[in-house]
Design a binder for this molecule. Sequence first.
Ligand SMILES: Nc1ncnc2c1ncn2[C@@H]1O[C@H](COP(=O)(O)OP(=O)(O)O)[C@@H](O)[C@H]1O
Ligand SMILES: [Mg+2]
Length: 622
Amino acid sequence: MTVIRRLPDLLINQIAAGEVVERPASVLKEVLENAVDAGSRAIEVQLEQGGVRRIRVTDDGCGIDREDLALALERHATSKIASLDDLERVGTMGFRGEALAAIAAVARTTITSRADGEAHAWRIDGSDRSLTPAALNQGTVVDVADLYYNTPARRKFLKSEGTEYAHCDDMFRRVALARPDIGLQLSHNGRVIHRLPPAAPFARVGALMGDDFLLNAREVAAEGGILRLSGFASLPAYSRASRDAQYFFVNGRFVRDKLLAHAVREAYTDILHGSRHPAYVLFLELDPAGVDVNVHPAKIEVRFRESRAVHQFVYHALKRVLAESGAGLAGGEDGPPSGLSADRPGANDASAAPFAAQGSTAAGGAQTYPAGAARSWPQQAPEQGRLAMDSASRSYFDFAASARPAAATTYASPTGATTSARPLPAGDGAPPLGYALGQLHGIYILAQNAAGLILVDMHAAHERILYEKLKTVLDGCPSVQRLLIPAVFSAGAKDMAAAEECADVLAGMGFEVSAAGPQELAVRSVPALLANAPVAELMRKLLEELREFPASDVVTARRNELLATMACHGAVRANRQLTLPEMNALLRDMEATERADQCNHGRPTWTQLTMADLDRFFMRGQ
Ligand SMILES: Nc1ncnc2c1ncn2[C@@H]1O[C@H](COP(=O)(O)OP(=O)(O)O)[C@@H](O)[C@H]1O
Ligand SMILES: [Mg+2]
C-alpha cells in the first residue's frame, strides 16, 4: 500500500527528538543554553538519576510571557531569529526553535516562567499545553522528567546512571567554561557537585580543570585580523593519555571540529609524543558571519568561511606560545632567538602572562632560575672553559654562531606586549645552564650554574638542537658538505627506485645520492649539520620513510618526520666522550634553541637540582 499521510505533530517532534535529544546530557545542553540566551546571571541545575529521572534548570533570565509559553513548545518557534540575515549572523546559542518541542515530545515537561512586569508566574504543561498560575520570582524553571517514558525503544539506549551523569557533568562544564560571568550550580540526587560563583576566566578554568592544569599551562592570547584566540593550553609535561580535557569554543559555542583539532595537534607535533594528548581550554572568536553554525542540529560542528586562514591562525598562535621554552630562552617563532638578558629570569613572563611564569617552572621537572642568578655567577666560572668555548662553538655547531642575534632584538610576547631582550653579554654574565663539569657514564652532562647542578641528557638535547636547526636551515638554502669519500652501501630494488624518484627532495635537504652499481647507492654530500652522522645508516632510514609516501606528500607533511629521523641519527650517541669545550658548546646551543626543554619525543632534555634541593637531601642546616 502506498498511501501518503501527513504525520501527526507529536510523531514529527519525536522523530526530531532523535537528532536533538540523544540522551539526558543533550536535554541539559538545550535547556542550559536557553537559560544563557535569556541573559541569566545565575543558573541552577538539579539532576536526578543521571538526568534520566529529572533535569530541572532554574534561571533568573528574561522569562517568557504568558502568551508565548505555548509557542515556546511549538516546533520552529523561536524569539532569536526572524530572517535569513539574522541566521547568518546569529549571536545566540539557540535559533532553530526545535529543542523544547522535541524534548516535550519524549519527556514529561513543564515550563514555569515569569517575565519582567508580570504579577505572577505561569506554568505550562507540555503534554496538554494547559496553563496554570504559579509562584516564581523573575525567570524560568524548565522541568524535564522521565526521559523517553513514551518511547521505550529509545530508553533502551540509555547507559547506566553513572555514565549518563558523567555526560551531563561534561555538558555543564562546557557551558560553565564558556560563561565564567554567570554563576552556576549543579547538584545530582540532592548533592551539590559544582558551586561556581561568577568569576574571572582563569579562575573559572582553575575551578573546573584544576589548579594543576593552570600551573602547567600557557596562557594564549592572540589576535589576527578578525580572529581572536584566548585561553590556556597545557605544556607537554601535563599531557594526558586521552582527549578528555580538551575544550574548544567558537564564539562561545563548544565545538568538535576537525580543522581546529588538526591545527592544535600540529602545533603540538614537535613537542608531544603521538600517544599523548594535550589539555586545553581555547576560545576562538570571529565575526559570526565568518562561521556557519547551522551545520548540525546540536550545533557541535561548524563550518568556517576562511577555513585555511583559521587553521593557520590557530596553529601559529598556539605554536608560538608553546615554543617559548620553559627556561624562557627562545623568542617568538617569527623572530630570531631573543638571546639572553642578564635580568631575564621570570620578569618578562610574570608581567606578560601570570600563568606562563609558573607553568614554565613545572614544565620539565624542576627548572628554576632564581632571579639575579645570572649576575651573581661570573667569578666562579672556569676560566679555561670559557675561553675554549668560543672556538669549540665554531667547530662544533657552525650554524649556531650565525643564528645568534648580533644586536638587541625585540619580539612580541603572546599577549601582545613587546618585550625587549638583550643578547648574551660577551665577557660577563653567566649562562643559565652554567658550565660543564664532566660526563656521567657517557650519557649525562653535569654542569654547574648559579642555582646548583644541571643534568643534561646529552643525546636528547643534541637531537633537539639538530632538529630545530635542520628545520631553520632547510627553510633557506642548506649548506652542503661534500664527502671526501662517498658513503657507499648496498640497497634493494625499492631503495634504488626511491633514491632515484626522490632525488630532488633529497637534494633539497642537502643530500646527493646516486647509484654506484646495480645494487649499490653512494651518498656524495650531506647537509653540513650532519657531517659527522653515520651517513649510510641515516640514508637507509630516510629511504625507508620516503618509500612509504609519494614524494609530494613528503616535502610538506612528512618533512618534519624526516628531519626528526635525521636529527636522531645525527645526534651524539651515548658513550661518545665529549671534551669540556664541546659540552659547553652544547649547553650554549641549548640556550639558543627554541623548545630545547624537550626532545622531539616530548621527553625532557635537562633538569636542575638546586643547592636548596641538595641541602635538603643532605639535611644541611637542619
Ligand atoms: N529559559 C528561558 N528563558 C526565556 N525564554 C526561553 C527560555 N527557554 C526557552 N525560551 C523561549 O522559548 C523559545 C524556544 O526555545 P527552543 O525550543 O530551545 O528554541 P531556540 O532556543 O532555538 O529558540 C526560545 O526562542 C525562547 O524565546
Ligand atoms: Mg534553545
